[in-house]
Design a protein around this ligand. Structure first.
Ligand SMILES: Cc1cc2nc3c(=O)[nH]c(=O)nc-3n(C[C@H](O)[C@H](O)[C@H](O)COP(=O)(O)OP(=O)(O)OC[C@H]3O[C@@H](n4cnc5c(N)ncnc54)[C@H](O)[C@@H]3O)c2cc1C
Length: 398
């Protein structure tokens, strides 16, 4: 029997950070992971350079059934705090667009930094190690957790679940966090793939599938009402549907059966441009649109109309064309699923958790952090910032 103050299950972004914080505060911490290789998601993130945070982070960059829940943790550990930690390890970084911060060299630098932070606190590792059973044992007012694992029986006063979400099962992602939540009577917000390409009916999409590889900037929205989400980002045509940063962003909000709307000429007035060109005369519609838009897309979009002389095109046709380009509405038939998703949305319902410590309100000593919790960040470093911030909030409370 091995006894610890804290057992953390999941040695990814949130788990390592939490273990390090708690251990450096003097707690005896064991960190358990079933993977052979440490922190694979950090390693592959940001194309191998880990988009570790974003300069501008606020609750508006996160999706959750309770949008207020994330505020306290985010306020307690900012992007600047993480940058300061990296500075202590001389890790160089650079800013890409929209405040996204990446490692200069490699994601490995972040993994090694977190490993070193764990070493500083003398965190005990059990990896690879599977947890077969968790039992809560009541001992007076405190209680403890008994963990039956492939490395023997462990006991801990506090248990932190940091097993992440379901995205990329081929890297060992599991629904373990959700299972444990349910085991202890906590509610779970239905999990779904997010930051994921959207797919369309094969027959309907066949003609657009030929545009695979084409990218252009678009304004993308879904849903209705004043707060309907909207992103101005690149969209990429693929064989099965649409991808690219703009589609990944909107996919996190998209509800099955709903339409997404694309303005494929943001900042322009296509109808006015088409009508204006009419007076100039002799040009074919295909050449005109090909000058305003990617040529391949213009040809596909117009079909036989490409050969029409602009001067001969009825105003009604040009207006319809302009309106469709700037208000293309289409209903995805699904997503490319967890295999292609960057994150899972949904997860442990925040109503059951304390926002300062991430502790379950009804189960003393049981905490959930990181992606397992129903807080999902936008693309752009927000998911790691949530992993760091929720981990630090929890680690400080242990
Ligand atoms: C391809 C890709 C690229 C990404 N790029 C970025 C990016 O650039 N910026 C960004 O902010 N976010 C990015 N993300 C999202 C980000 O990686 C996650 O949101 C983040 O890693 C979540 O941290 P976590 O600690 O909660 O979970 P993870 O980092 O996934 O860690 C969970 C750990 O738990 C372990 N585990 C799971 N189940 C069990 C079990 N049953 N028993 C024991 N251990 C278990 C896993 O092995 C893993 O080590 C990317 C995701 C993907 C898939």
């Amino acid at each position: 029997m091995q006894h610890f103050d804290v057992a953390v299950i999941g040695a990814g972004a949130a788990g390592m950070m939490c273990a390090a914080v708690a251990a450096q505060r003097g707690r005896r911490v064991v960190l358990i992971d079933h993977a052979q290789k440490l922190a694979e998601k950090i390693r592959i993130s940001g194309g191998g350079r880990c988009n570790f945070t974003n300069r501008r982070v606020g609750p508006e960059n996160f999706i959750s059934a309770n949008p207020h829940f994330c505020k306290s943790a985010l306020a307690g550990y900012s992007p600047q705090d993480f940058i300061a930690l990296m500075a202590r390890y001389n890790i160089a970084w650079y800013e890409k667009h929209r405040g996204q911060l990446f490692c200069d060299r490699s994601s490995e630098d972040i993994i090694e930094m977190l490993r070193a932070e764990c070493e500083l606190g003398n965190v005990q590792w059990r990896m690879p190690c599977t947890v077969q059973q968790i039992t809560r044992v009541e001992t007076g007012s405190e209680g403890r957790y008994d963990l039956a694992t492939s490395e023997g029986l462990l006991q801990a006063e506090k248990l932190v679940i940091a097993t992440g979400g379901l995205a990329i099962p081929q890297l060992g992602a599991t629904d373990y966090g959700l299972k444990i939540a349910r085991q202890f009577g906590l509610k779970v917000v239905e999990p779904r793939p997010a930051l994921v390409p959207l797919t369309f009916d094969g027959v309907q999409w066949a003609e657009f599938g030929e545009l695979s590889g084409l990218a252009l900037e678009a304004n993308i929205s879904t849903g209705t009402g004043r707060n309907a989400p909207e992103f101005l980002e690149d969209v990429l045509f693929t064989h099965r549907g649409l991808s690219g940063p703009g589609i990944l962003q909107i996919s996190s909000y998209w509800q099955p059966g709903e339409a997404i709307r694309l303005d494929l000429a943001p900042g322009q007035d296509m109808t006015a441009a088409l009508l204006e060109a009419k007076s100039g005369g002799r040009q074919q519609l295909g050449n005109l649109l090909g000058g305003l838009w990617p040529k391949r897309l213009a040809e596909k979009w117009l079909g036989e109309q490409a050969a029409l002389r602009v001067a001969d095109a009825p105003d009604r046709l040009l207006r319809e064309l302009g309106a469709r380009i700037q208000g293309w509405s289409l209903i995805p038939d699904g997503t490319a699923g967890y295999k292609k998703a960057e994150v899972m949305r949904g997860g442990v319902d925040t109503k059951g958790l304390d926002q300062r410590s991430m502790q379950a309100k009804t189960v003393p000593g049981l905490h959930f952090i990181g992606e397992a919790v129903d807080v999902t960040g936008w693309l752009g470093g927000y998911n790691f910032q949530w992993a760091w911030a929720s981990a630090v909030a929890c680690g400080r409370s242990l």
